[in-house]
Write a protein that binds this ligand. Sequence first.
Ligand code: FEO
Length: 396
Amino acid sequence: MKKLTEHVSYVGVQNPSMRTFDIIMKTGYGSSYNSYVVRGEKTAVIETAHADYGKEFLANIEEILPAEKVDYVILNHTEPDHTGSLVTLLDVNPEIEVYGTVAAIRNVEAITNRKLNSHSVKTGEILDLGQGITLEFIVSPNLHWPDSMFTYFEKEQVLFSCDVFGSHYCEPEVLDCHVKKPELLRGERKNYYDCIFSPFQKFVRMGLDRIKDKKIELICPSHGPVLKEYLQETLEDYRSWSATKQEEKNIAIFYVSAYGYTKSMAEIFAREFKKQSITVTQYDLSETSQEEAAEALHKATAVLFGSPTINQDALKPIWDLISCTDAIHVRTAKTPALTFGSYGWSGEACGYLDERLRTLKYKVVGDGVTCVFKPAPEDEARIHQAAQVVLDAISE
Ligand code: FEO
């Protein structure tokens, strides 16, 4: 337990040796499941911890008060890294009233498999803990799930932000002013943003807008250090990273090629795009790491996927890359996509790829462009036409 302000204490669980978070994220500097106690006449716990750390979480609370005395648990977001230990607390104190958005309450009942004593909040609603301690709820969906909200403690100007402004970086002293290598924290903050929030940039902007008039002295996120010294810097970073950028349009062409014919098609497409002064990059997936290709996939204004048909299907590297699609980003960006590929005697690859791309909500801008073995002049003409369709799509 660490006291952060007169009324706010830290009761989270830290794991400096953690190197992988929820299977998907590398955590080179550990991480934490942050949780906070806010005390007035009544007591609220904001967020819990991962289920694996229930006992530690409970012990941290009980350094401050018996768990039976906790009145509320506030869940700004219900992903199990923040709700997993709720049952440990409820087992001791089933009377606790759980606060969250409508979606959060629905989620947490499905996560705990319990009918909870709960209250669904709306934006602007205030929970009065007595002694002038009030918590205001600011619903802000998709930070990082549709269930999310901020909780704002006006008297001490503390914002509880859950995933937003967080980082996988473990600082035992909790407050960011104790971080010895702030450049490492900055790097992890950006990494966290890229992994978690880059698909939700529009919602990050909306969230920042919702809190822009709040005076904030302390940000208490649910992972990584509590922000005081680097608070303004973090807010500025989020504004910058989430800003609508009028980036130059760029097209990424991903392909695999067995005999060089599909590669030739990729080159014809690329030449056609370059003629229109569009930035285009070709990625031969037999030579490109999946990480590099996936990053390019999400930064591209339009994408082309090329595969020959072999054994009546597209080749595995293309399927693997498509499986890296961030469906939320693609749906939001309406990313134009086109497939192409050479074949010998059947040409199923493009059709299968198109079907998958449509399911993922890419804006597939035409049937896949195929040619039999090596592209002939008439094939080139069809490729030029298809390239124009892609160019038209990114001009809309
Ligand atoms: Fe830290 Fe979206 O959970």
